[in-house]
Design a protein around this ligand. Structure first.
Ligand code: SF4
Length: 281
């Protein structure tokens, strides 16, 4: 017996090349899956809505700090009430800065703020809490919102040294959203509103109107949370149609796809809506 072969044992297997780790992108995977099962559904929805609401082009709605505070004032309140509270802040804490113009666009549910200087944010942050609560009381939920406004302004000032949020325009959309959502009380919806409306960052805020329509039509997985949906939509809608999509879905929820008694017969999405036909293509 050859002593060499007798002790050789099993031949070592050639080393395989280390596999590259694949990071999954849930938004891209979901977009692919939806396109496979319901080809063209996203374009169908966007084009159908554009056929009745048009394609509104983006323009800055408001200064980003004003937008953030106004958006916090809209949380669980009608847009008209948020306007009342914001204008009360302007009167109670005048800044003397140049007037800002509110361009609410067609997704806004109020009448728009009158032109006026933004409030003095330092005065709002350091106001006695009871005083601030009384100032914004006409807008509703003042006991919750007054401390939230002050905590938000404090977080911005402590992090940045002042109250300006203009720097968010120089960040990537997701980095800017991450920055804002680190502030206690600011979720993806509020952050996305500020970034979409003030900078045109392609993010997709999902409010109750948008959620109702997209769930009914069947653009979201049934079990997706709203938090997840904010990310999934980034894979579904091209960045250059994000603003139009958001504004038109809100309008649709307000004008036709009401929570109670939606007007299916007027709806351009009828043929492919899973709310009226569970097997719609
Ligand atoms: S068909 Fe009816 S439920 Fe479906 S999106 Fe239109 S209005 Fe809403």
């Amino acid at each position: 017996m050859n002593p060499v072969t007798a002790n050789a044992g099993p031949k070592p297997r050639p080393k395989s090349r280390p596999r590259k780790r694949r990071f999954s992108n849930p938004a891209a995977s979901y977009a692919k899956r939806l396109e496979r099962y319901r080809p063209g559904i996203v374009e169908f929805v966007l084009d159908g809505l554009a056929s009745i609401y048009g394609r509104e082009t983006w323009e800055r709605r408001l200064d980003p700090t004003s937008e953030l505070i106004l958006t916090i004032l809209t949380q669980n309140s009608a847009d008209t009430n948020a306007e009342v509270a914001f204008e009360a802040l302007r009167r109670a804490y005048p800044s003397g800065l140049p007037a800002e113009t509110h361009r609410p666009g067609s997704g806004w549910g109020g009448i728009g703020l009158s032109p006026g200087a933004p409030p003095d944010w330092a005065a709002v942050e350091f106001a006695p809490i009871q005083e601030l609560t009384n100032v914004i009381r006409p807008g509703g939920l003042a006991n919750q919102k007054a401390p939230r406004l002050q905590a938000t302004l404090r977080a911005i000032r402590e992090e940045r040294g002042d109250y300006s949020l203009e720097f968010l325009g120089d960040m990537t959309p997701l980095a800017a959203r991450d920055w804002l959502t680190k502030v206690n009380g600011i979720g993806k919806k509020t952050a996305s509103i500020v970034l979409l409306f003030c900078f045109g960052h392609p993010l997709f805020p999902i409010d109750r109107h948008v959620e109702r329509v997209v769930r009914r039509v069947g653009l979201l997985p049934a079990k997706a949370s709203i938090d997840d949906a904010h990310d999934l939509f980034l894979g579904l809608i091209d960045g250059d149609r994000m603003y139009e999509a958001h504004v038109n879905l809100i309008q649709h929820g307000r004008k036709i796809c009401h929570a109670q008694r939606p007007e299916h017969e007027r709806c351009p999405l009828f043929d492919r809506c899973r709310f009226v036909n569970a097997k719609a293509p």
